[in-house]
Design a protein around this ligand. Structure first.
Ligand code: NAD
Ligand code: WQD
Length: 338
């Protein structure tokens, strides 16, 4: 029996493949490498000391997905594959709806055909409507997204929960990630964004290594303790382990359930700059800049449902996140080098 990991060569997927292999599972990956490198998978195999099976291709390719189900005995699917850049989704909405929605539709259709209806989906805190009280519980209202990327996550959650409602054989976990950062402690796998990073931590580490001149802190007049935006940063290895916990849960039941994967603690942009210096000794030059459109003052989770139901809790500290992110960047100044 194997776990099929879509988008397994990517940032969160590669860390999850490693945790799956380390927990004794067999892993099959499909990835078209549109935002990743096959090197990540080679390094996962090297760290785990065992192989995984890789299909290079697009999840919207129905014949390929059917072949994967024919050639492997799949027990559950973890579905990471998708496009994820918020700004790009505003300028290329069709590509985001096509990629993120059609991939899920083809995947779930082939799964139903194969009679295998267990799925873990990479959702996001972005599905929560603005204006909800913090910390966010899974029962908080969703929708009112501010960009096409967010809508694809919202719509996919709707599609999957409708599938579960129509067919009681489906078992779906919607994992709502907060802000994943950091890297495996070996420094062999990590986040390798193409072009100028949109997200805070890769921008910080690329500034530290000299690829960027200085960090622009977007907004210093938010209603937070120091005026800069507050988020719930979570170590990617904790996040990956959350998928292993969700796997046991998904395989043992039916229905659709949403879970927050976060630490429950919010840190501001300036807290992150200071934590990075404390953990690594590297000072990050920064300037205060205008707000970035679409940003909110603060966003952090209530992770108690994941703790109580999945038996999972984030264990790594902010210092671990900063140290491991920097270790990855230092050892791989140009990421996977492509
Ligand atoms: P990533 O871009 O590193 O990984 C996604 C992977 O999917 C890539 O390897 C890419 O090549 C692959 N892919 C994309 N479209 C594909 C397709 N049609 N067929 C086959 N492969 C395809 O991103 P990530 O940060 O690892 O995110 C993984 C998932 O988690 C995504 O669905 C993302 O939306 C979601 N998520 C990410 C974050 C975050 O901050 N990183 C937060 C919340 C949710
Ligand atoms: C964090 C904070 C910025 C860069 C995004 C997506 C979300 C989810 C995770 C997928 C904010 C500030 C950032 C910079 C800055 N992804 N910042 N200077 O916006 O919370 O979430 O990634 O689902 O959908 O929207 O994360 O890392 O971009 O920003 O000051 O150069 O850092 O304004 O306060 P965000 P982020």
């Amino acid at each position: 029996m194997s776990i099929l990991v879509t988008g397994g060569a990517g940032y969160i997927g590669s860390h999850t493949c490693l945790e799956l292999l380390m927990s004794g599972r067999e892993v099959v990956v499909i990835d078209n490498l549109c935002n990743s490198s096959e090197k990540s998978l080679a390094r996962v195999e090297e760290l785990a000391g065992k192989p995984l099976k890789f299909y290079r291709g697009d999840l919207r390719d129905r014949a390929l997905v059917q072949t994967i189900f024919r050639e492997n005995d799949i027990e559950c699917v973890i579905h990471f594959a998708g496009l994820k850049a918020v700004g790009e989704s505003v300028s290329m909405p069709w590509s985001y709806y096509d990629n993120n929605l059609n991939a899920t539709l083809v995947l779930t259709d082939v799964m139903a055909e194969a009679g295998m209806k267990k799925l873990i989906f990479s959702s996001s805190a972005t599905v929560y409507s603005a204006g909800s009280p913090m910390p966010l519980k899974e029962t908080a209202p969703t929708g009112g997204c501010t960009n096409p990327y967010g809508w694809t996550k919202f719509m996919t959650e709707q599609i999957l929960s409708d599938l579960c409602r129509a067919d009681p054989e489906w078992s779906v976990c919607l994992l709502r990630y907060f802000n994943p950062i950091g890297a495996h402690e070996s420094g062999r796998i990590g986040e390798d964004p193409r072009g100028i990073p949109n997200n805070l931590m890769p921008y910080i580490t690329q500034t530290a290594i000299g690829r960027r001149e200085k960090l622009s802190v977007f907004g210093s007049d938010y209603r937070t303790h120091d005026g800069t935006g507050v988020r719930d940063y979570i170590h990617v290895v904790d996040l990956a382990r959350g998928h292993v916990a969700a796997l046991e849960y998904t395989c043992g039941r039916t229905g659709c359930e949403a879970f927050n994967l976060g630490t429950g603690t919010g840190y501001s942009v300036l807290d992150m700059v200071h934590a990075f210096r404390k953990a690594t000794g590297v000072e990050i030059p920064y300037v205060l800049a205008p707000r970035r459109p679409g940003d909110v003052d603060e966003c952090y989770s209530d992770p108690s449902k994941s703790r109580e139901v999945l038996g999972w809790t984030a264990e790594k500290s902010l210092e671990d996140m900063c140290r491991d992110a920097w270790n990855w960047q230092k050892r791989n100044p140009m990421g996977y080098g492509e």
